[in-house]
Design a protein around this ligand. Structure first.
Ligand code: ATP
Length: 270
């Protein structure tokens, strides 16, 4: 069960070029995580400590996981992902145990990047209720902070956490020595969306030139993940129509479909 709670990727293969519309965030993550992993001596010479932990926050599906994976790819680090919700356990001590296992695994596989998704599950502001479940979650969080404090050569292991609920976080985890580098990952703007459409269409067999500019204009408020669904849905339209080439009309139809239904049905309306 313990191994199932973590997802380990020995050789992740996400490149920075696969990420669209958040160039500033890519640069910040590279500075905060890639550089300390790649050139720890630089930080030593200058006499500064690299950030202890990086927190990526912003709406769902904007590329937070991709960012963490891309740094792991670039630095040849093992990517170890754990969902915060997995750390919330029924039995006393089980969550803390998972945290210890997580860091032990990272030490065995270093260089490694520990990615904790939905950190809010274990680091939300405490409610007043002193229920035992709450206290247990608190203990799990303390264990995580202890492990972070205990790093001697943290250059070889980096910790990145992500959340969609920055407002809910217990500010205690943001203190120096903890998650002390905050990077906001926003929804893409119109240029970002255009770039993300281009990225996700790279592998598509296209019939004619696609007007990415128009697609970007039509998808205000879409996340990167939603744009990816548009391209997949466009491909589905081509298949339903017995074509192997995707057209601009397929993209338009895909957006119409996602706008008009909840996106859960993949059945043609014919
Ligand atoms: P969550 O908060 O829901 O975990 P996330 O921010 O971690 O979401 P990712 O898992 O990185 O989002 O993105 C999901 C998928 O959406 C990616 O695999 C990718 O295909 C697409 N995607 C999201 N953001 C981008 C982006 N900026 N550029 C290109 N593709 C993107």
């Amino acid at each position: 069960a313990r191994a199932q709670a973590m997802e380990i990727t020995e050789k992740p293969d996400v490149s920075y070029d696969d990420i669209g519309g958040i160039d500033d965030q890519v640069r910040e993550v590279r500075e905060a995580v890639e550089q300390p992993l790649a050139e720890p001596e630089l930080f030593e010479q200058v006499g500064i400590e690299p950030p202890s932990g990086v927190l990526l926050y912003g709406p769902p599906g904007t590329g937070k996981t991709m960012l963490a994976k891309a740094v792991a790819t670039k630095t040849d680090a093992t990517f170890i992902k754990m969902a915060g919700s997995e750390l919330v356990r029924k039995f006393i001590g089980e969550g803390s145990r998972l945290v210890r296992d997580l860091f032990e695994l990272a030490r065995e596989r270093e260089p490694a990047i520990i990615f904790i998704d939905e950190i809010d599950a274990v680091a939300a502001t405490r409610t007043d209720s002193k229920t035992s479940g709450d206290a247990e979650v608190q203990r799990t969080m303390m264990q995580l902070l202890n492990e972070m404090d205990g790093f001697e050569h943290r250059g070889e292991i980096s910790i990145i956490a992500a959340t969609n609920r920055f407002d809910m976080l217990d500010r205690a985890i943001l203190r120096p020595g903890r998650f002390d580098r905050l990077i906001e990952v926003p929804e893409p703007d119109v240029e970002g969306r255009e770039r993300i459409f281009e990225i996700h269409s790279q592998d598509l067999s296209l019939a004619d030139a696609v007007d990415y500019d128009t697609l970007a204009e039509r998808t205000d408020g879409y996340s990167g993940a939603e744009i990816e669904s548009v391209t997949t849905e466009a491909g589905m339209f081509a298949i339903r129509d017995d074509r192997t080439d995707v057209t601009m009309a397929d993209f338009e139809a895909a957006i119409d479909k996602l706008e008009s239904d909840d996106g859960t049905e993949y059945v043609s309306s014919e």
